[in-house]
Design a protein around this ligand. Structure first.
Ligand SMILES: NC(=O)c1ccc[n+]([C@@H]2O[C@H](COP(=O)([O-])OP(=O)(O)OC[C@H]3O[C@@H](n4cnc5c(N)ncnc54)[C@H](OP(=O)(O)O)[C@@H]3O)[C@@H](O)[C@H]2O)c1
Length: 249
């Protein structure tokens, strides 16, 4: 249990894996109630099995379907209203050369990584009492800085997420909404180590000097998210907290 979290209600998107799972587990250990969302129901159940306390909620939602975000918010608010915070951890990555960066790839990344975030906030804020505080954290990436090749779609979506979140932080401050970002280097999740990652990815990151401090444990990111969501974050909004694991630049 942690002061400031007990009995509070949070929505965590991307809770079926990686960072979102760690955030959901971390919030439950602090005494919060958590609505988990993702597409993979078995994986959401696996997250639920790692969480502490009762009264959490698991919701299947595909954030590519931006029109469906309103229905997701309906279900969350039917579970708990008011909602105290949101951790937006859903995301899709993927490297591709320009010739393979077609409209579908672009649209999927922009939708899941940015547009659905904005729509989710729109649906929550329009239903919220003006004085009811809401704290929001979204997960960004060093890719947003645009230093790496083959990441144009992903980098653009994360840069768009950061810009949207900062602008909304200014707009929504009078409505008692705080919005912050945690911008990470490679984190030890299936996004970084699964798929077409070859060999020992962490050893490669260290030996090449690209990310000399190694893969970031998801729990480290989850702690940063919880700090910003909870009472310690009460004086921060529109801020980017970077966990760079030694990546230069
Ligand atoms: N891992 C890294 O190195 C790294 C570094 C910097 C930033 N990030 C960011 O951190 C966030 C979490 O990533 P992760 O590393 O935890 O990756 P992950 O383990 O692959 O998890 C991604 C999550 O996003 C959800 N998701 C993907 N597409 C979705 C869709 N269409 N609708 C709803 N949910 C969807 C997935 O849920 P379902 O599959 O159940 O739908 C899953 O829970 C992402 O925004 C990512 O860009 C990751």
């Amino acid at each position: 249990m942690s002061a400031g979290f007990e009995g509070k209600a949070f929505l965590v998107t991307g809770a079926s894996s990686g960072i979102g799972r760690a955030v959901a587990v971390g919030l439950s250990r602090r005494g919060a109630k958590v609505a988990l969302s993702g597409r993979d129901q078995e994986a959401l159940a696996a997250t639920l099995a790692q969480m502490e306390g009762a009264g959490h909620l698991s919701l299947r939602a595909d954030l590519c379907d931006i029109e469906g975000v309103e229905g997701l918010v309906d279900k969350v608010l039917a579970w708990r209203e008011p909602l105290d915070g949101v951790a937006y951890c859903a995301g899709i990555a993927g490297r591709a050369r320009l010739r393979d960066t077609g409209p579908r790839m672009l649209l999927e990344r922009m939708t899941v990584n940015c547009f659905a975030f904005v729509e989710l906030l729109r649906q929550i804020v329009r239903r919220k009492k003006k004085t009811q505080p809401l704290s929001v954290v979204a997960i960004s990436s060093l890719a947003a800085l645009g230093h790496d090749r083959y990441l144009s779609a992903y980098a653009a979506s994360k840069a768009a997420l950061e810009a949207a979140a900062k602008s909304l932080a200014v707009e929504l401050l009078p409505r008692h909404v705080r919005i912050n970002l945690v911008r990470c280097a490679f984190v030890d999740t299936p996004m970084a180590t699964g798929g077409d990652a070859l060999g020992d990815f962490e050893a490669q990151l260290k030996e090449s000097g690209y990310q000399p401090l190694g893969l970031i444990p998801p729990a480290v990111v989850a702690d940063a998210v919880a700090r910003l969501l909870g009472p310690e974050g009460a004086w921060s909004t529109g801020q980017v907290t970077t966990i760079n694991a030694g990546v230069a630049g």
